[in-house]
Design a protein around this ligand. Structure first.
Ligand code: 17E
Ligand code: FE2
Length: 416
């Protein structure tokens, strides 16, 4: 397969890209616009980018909003209660049907790499087993990382530690946690140390729902970062949400950042989700409850965006479109300055890949798997301005999806 007339991120000019046996074999700058051969794919001066990365979603809960009851308060905690009502109704078929529907939406919108949290506070591990069983089948479309996620706590849920270990045996790739939901601060701290020890023992990645609460006294991030630093595994560790950082005082944050940088851990912000769930205990002014994305980025740390939910007990909207999440995120985090906009797609591409520890096989480079998307617009700024649909998603040289941009009906009079 040859792709002509492609713009590449951070590069001048137009490029021709050749793929063979599922890999990129050449990427060359063209001498101007070329007339593509019948058999080649014409990018039409649009941006050819590495696929979108969805680094944080709860696939076990997709499309369960309102079943059996709606989250009326809009809080995280009511979401957990509503989900606990749905959980006993889970069957393998139910989980797989909904997961496939969500994966299709994600693929249609240019995602090829997904990390999903799966609630393992279920003695039968119904959802976990159902999703592990799908992983192989889905590999033609997406790479899937599965997090053993203890939604109702590790120390605060009966046999929580055993369930975590069982989930790893069943095929979970990543170890999760939820320290702010544990009964006590002590349980939260103990859970963080236990998770990091377990990750070291099994050589696993870690991704913790960390301080997803508007309590400025929720400081489990420092415990997680310290444990990761002391074991030297920070690059394999991720702190998701860290909403409480929005409420930390600046003096504490300044001290905290020294540790965070040294630890080398990754961050995931969930802008649409946390704008919706947080600030629920405020009058006016209301906080946004999104972590300090710009400050983390400007300090040279790795941060990416995820969507968290698609129509579940926490969030009734969601449609697989990471460009929508990016748009919300850059608005709510004051990242609309030109310098931030110029590289904003990093937040849903390269930075996500780094968080998932998949950078080695990710990116538009000769020798890497020929996975890419084509977006409407010629650079990050135009793509975000346009908010267009993904035109192509190609995986190992095979077209997964394609669509045409709208064509103008010639009867509409245009200003000359
Ligand atoms: N579970 C949780 O603890 N937090 C969330 N934001 C979601 C599920 C969606
Ligand atoms: Fe989450």
């Amino acid at each position: 397969m040859i792709i002509n007339n492609a713009k590449l991120r951070g590069k001048q000019g137009l490029h021709s890209i050749e793929c063979e046996n599922g890999r990129f074999v050449s990427i060359i700058e063209q001498d101007g616009l070329v007339i593509p051969l019948e058999s080649s794919l014409d990018a039409k001066m649009n941006l050819l980018s590495a696929p979108f990365v969805e680094p944080h979603i709860h696939l076990d809960a997709v499309f369960t909003a309102g079943e059996p009851n709606w989250n009326l308060s809009g809080t995280l905690f009511e979401g957990i209660e509503r989900w606990a009502e749905r959980k006993p109704m889970l069957t393998s078929e139910d989980v797989q049907r909904r997961v496939l529907k969500a994966v299709q939406l994600l693929v249609e919108n240019g995602v090829q790499h997904i990390r999903t949290h799966v609630d393992i506070t279920d003695p039968e591990l119904v959802a976990l087993k159902a999703i592990v069983a799908l992983k192989e089948k889905l590999s033609a479309y997406i790479d899937l990382q599965i997090v053993a996620f203890p939604q109702e706590g590790i120390l605060s849920f009966p046999n929580g530690k055993q369930l975590m270990e069982k989930a790893l045996e069943q095929g979970a790739d990543v170890i999760g946690g939820i320290p702010h939901f544990e009964y006590t601060r002590e349980y939260g701290v103990e859970s963080m140390r236990w998770i990091i020890d377990l990750a070291e023992k099994h050589g696993k990645l870690v991704d913790v729902h960390c301080d997803e609460i508007d309590d400025g006294a929720s400081r489990f991030l420092e415990v997680l970062a310290t444990a990761a630093l002391e074991k030297g595994i920070g690059e394999r560790v991720t702190a998701s949400h860290t909403s409480a950082m929005h409420s930390y005082n600046n003096a504490y944050c300044s001290k905290l950042f020294r540790l965070l940088k040294k630890s080398k851990i990754n961050f995931i912000a969930l802008p649409t989700e946390n704008m919706h769930l947080q600030g629920r205990f405020d009058g006016y002014p209301k906080i946004r409850g999104i972590t300090r994305v710009k400050e983390i980025k400007d300090a040279g740390m790795n941060i990416c965006f995820g969507q968290d939910s698609i129509q579940d007990p926490w969030y009734t909207l969601g449609n697989g479109k990471l460009l929508r999440v990016l748009d919300s995120g850059i608005h709510s985090c004051h990242m609309m300055g030109y310098e931030d906009l110029e590289t904003a797609l990093d937040l849903i591409t390269d930075n996500g890949a780094k968080t998932l520890n998949i950078s080695e096989n990710y990116g538009i480079e000769v020798g890497k798997p020929a996975n890419f998307i084509i977006l409407e617009g010629s650079n990050d700024v135009e793509v975000i301005q346009k908010q267009g649909d993904v035109l192509y998603s190609v995986r190992e040289g095979e077209i997964l999806i394609s669509r045409q941009p709208a064509t103008l009906n010639q009867t509409i009079p245009l200003i000359e």
